[in-house]
Design a binder for this molecule. Sequence first.
Ligand code: ADP
Ligand code: MG
Length: 693
Amino acid sequence: MSELTQDVSALKGVGEALSGKLGRLGVASIADLLFHLPLRYQDRTRVTPIGTLRAGHEAVVQGEVAACDVIKGRRRSLLVRLTDGSGILSLRFFHFSPAQQQQFQPGTRVHAFGEARAGATGLEIYHPEYRLIKAGEAVVDEHLTPLYPTTEGLNQARLRGLIDQAMRLLHEAPAALPDWIPTSLRERFQLPELHAALDYLHHPPPEADLEQLKAGTHPTQRRLALEELLAHQLSLRVVRQRIQADGAPPLPSGRSLQARFVSKLPFSLTGAQRRVLDEIGRDIERAVPMLRLVQGDVGSGKTVVAAMAALTAIAGGCQVAMMAPTELLAEQHYRTFKDWFEPLGIEVAWLAGKLKGKARLDTKAALADGRIQLVVGTHALFQADVHFQCLGLAIIDEQHRFGVHQRLALREKGEAAGLTPHQLVMTATPIPRTLAMSAYADLDVSVIDELPPGRTPVQTVAVPDERRPEVVARIERACAEGRQAYWVCTLIEESEALQCQAAEATHESLTEALPGLAIGLVHGRMKAGEKAEVMAAFKDGELDLLIATTVIEVGVDVPNASLMIIENPERLGLSQLHQLRGRVGRGATESFCVLLYHPPLSAHSRERLGVMRETTDGFRIAEKDLELRGPGEVLGTRQTGLAAMKIADLERDRDLLERVGPLAKALLEESPASSAPLIRRWLGEEAGRYGQV
Ligand code: ADP
Ligand code: MG
């Protein structure tokens, strides 16, 4: 195509070693260099009178050498005294050659750049960049000097030279880098033109607002950030179009089966559950794959909603796959669905990585010939060797761990029937609307915004760990009254192994301290079967107290458990604490959560624990979490795409998120051919291929 799409090695002086270094910066093509933007700028466009310099200023100065001495202090140094009539400044060199010392004869004119600091002799610049000049010689730059993010072994001057080469190529052949946002939209959304923006950012004029550039809020920077967000948004929309271009099995009604199921439940559905079920019903009766996200706070009853949707699919003669993020949760869902569905004559199975040998082969065979109607499992469900007879619905629980690639891969699971399954995604991470619209542009969103009646909010207290004995006594009392409790050991230095060790040690010490109680232990390093057994025993009330790691964070449901101790809660994010706490307060009894922290707490930790004490509202907690930790963390791994952007910053550019949706819509209407190249520009070739719908 054009020179700009070529590999950087096509540039003068770029060999293998240099292209490797550029690769580390995410620069592969010549065009990538154009989008490698400065971190900040230096102003070398004017000479600053020495008398106006202040400590901390980076500036160009010019003056005459008044004196030059070697100082023999603690560290030997060369001190050059420079005057320009307005003041006096010292240049200090800790490393210097005799030749250098010779250069600075009194009366010599010096041009220097560096950061002034308060030194032993007044203002000093350590190791300035400098050159000797003749009187009257003008050596200032025409533009601000960009400083780029770089990597070891690649200095600023080198990188700057390469980017200048790329800019020259762009000027010679502007058509090689089209502005995919057409003029009409640029005007409507008030966006600078692409080339003008790049010119400005690589070579800002002397009068540019350095503060604004540093903050990343200059209109040219915002234009590029918006374009990047737009590309992400478009890629999600394209994924959606791609999936929905295929047919899905229309699943018109499972009413009689659903009615039989509901009649056996010990409760009736909430209004919110019914509304969301209607929304799902309208989607899956069509021959187009559903792509729906159900958001509902912990305990809002998403599992029942999943079950109802599954029944519709099963009544329609299709299979259902339910995927959970952890084995523990998969096992628990399996038990729940088995209890619910077997009385209705529905065959339920379990499939995870740990299912091996003959059992695995049997389960796979039964899935392939349609004997199994509902299968619950982990990622293993969607591996290439698992075939379905007719997969009609895929339910994904806790979707923040499920990405666009998996969503696309799911299409292949409808292979035998030639149809793409409907997709229902459940998440307890309530994220604010504008962020949701960007992060989940590929999904329709339903919200279960009501908790089942009769729940008393969990009472939360924060207690320092020196009061541990009181907490232990409290567990004893609660269990004596027939209630159950969790004791959660949190992550220690990000190591799962250490977390499991801590849980084992706690299990030992509490078994000693509470001889009258039946105490279980569950952690991520136990075998699947063992974990399932312990959870079953806890659920059946055979265990009073369960010591656990954060493996129980999502989904575990034991309504009789009404006390939770979280050790070292200061180590966890708010959303994670909220998830954990959601394991209690699921029945009618009053529930308690004890945050057993290790003092002293930082101001930040105190604020977070304070939020947990004050509210049980998941949306408020999510807002606060966003404020304290930023969107990358809160969205989790699913959105690595959104969290790892080149230019846009979800926190700084939050207001741009509101403009992305309308811009994407307008672009698809007015310039649909721009979509694929935009995606390719920002997300790479592979994602660009999704663009060819
Ligand atoms: P989550 O949304 O966190 O996945 P669950 O589906 O695990 O919540 O439901 C939490 C608890 O509430 C479960 O014990 C479930 O049986 C119960 N539940 C669900 N819906 C209702 C309802 N409409 N009325 C009363 N209890 C309900
Ligand atoms: Mg759940």
